[in-house]
Design a protein around this ligand. Sequence first.
Ligand code: PBG
Length: 358
Amino acid sequence: MASPETKSNIFLRALPDGGEARRAPRAPETLGAYPRVRMRRNRTDAWTRRLVAEARLSVDDLIWPVFVQDTDGETEVQSMPGVKRYGLDRLVDAVGPVAAAGMPAVALFPNIDPALRTPDAAEAANPDNLVCQAIRAVKAAYPDLGVICDVALDPFNSDGHDGLVRDGRILNDETVEVLCRQALVQAEAGCDVIAPSDMMDGRIGAIRAALDAAGLDEIKILAYSAKYASAFYGPFRDAVGSGGMLTGDKKTYQMDPANSDEALREVALDLEEGADMVMVKPGLPYLDVVRRIKETFAVPTMVYQVSGEYAMLKAAALQGWLDNDKVVMESLLAFKRAGADAILTYTAPEAARLLKAG
Ligand code: PBG
């Protein structure tokens, strides 16, 4: 039978120094063989903890996703306590605090009139659609704030799908043509970062070519590369009004939650096609994917703490079961530890406040 010491040596050998540093002369009985090892030393004082902290979160790491509606005023999103949809009359004011906090960017998501949602998603490519109007309003008010927009058809499609649907199938190449037109109107309206979230094959290369051909070569592409077919998007679909319309599920284009090798292939292809940044989505349940992507490719890697993750935190906090401020900050720090460069999160405004308060 292995002695406890032999067993622990197996683990120590895995350390960079082969466990040398931890091997010490025989110790007081109660401490066994390792009396000099005191992991707690570096945790003694707040200043030591700060000094040895490996990951840090700052306002520079945050992107606020904002919902825009086509009627004036604002509407609470029922399944996302504290999150609202803003009309164009309210949007600029709503973005004010995050712009003032120095947050690098916001991401705009439209909720359009259901009557404008059609099988061909034509409204997606209308240069005066809701999202284009929102882009122009935000850029006019805050020229130094980055604006990011999804490229996908679900807010515009009567099927609630990210692509065009024919006979129950999602059409890839036909969809990509519409996505290119959608990307162009958004970029012409002043969007800085085009973020295809549709998961069609080949869309990054096609959109890059379309932007370049239109002289929009400075517009960045943030590819939702590892986007999983997730149940955590439920509250978002309520917020943009696509949930009730969705027929079936998105499993023929979004990724299987079982896979992470496949995420590396998706990222490799998107980078080859010209993506400037890549994204993993959802966030907390997929931290392993963030880590693998960052380590494999060493490119700007974003993570999206999605609507369902937000709803989970808020539901528990509202019950008094979790400390809201602490779980918000801990979850955001976890993304940084996993290797994320930036985080899309509905908690961005409160996180900015908490960071400022220290
Ligand atoms: C649409 C899109 C979705 C999200 C971002 N863009 C939903 C989906 O793919 O069904 C989800 C964001 C969230 O849940 O917060 N393509």
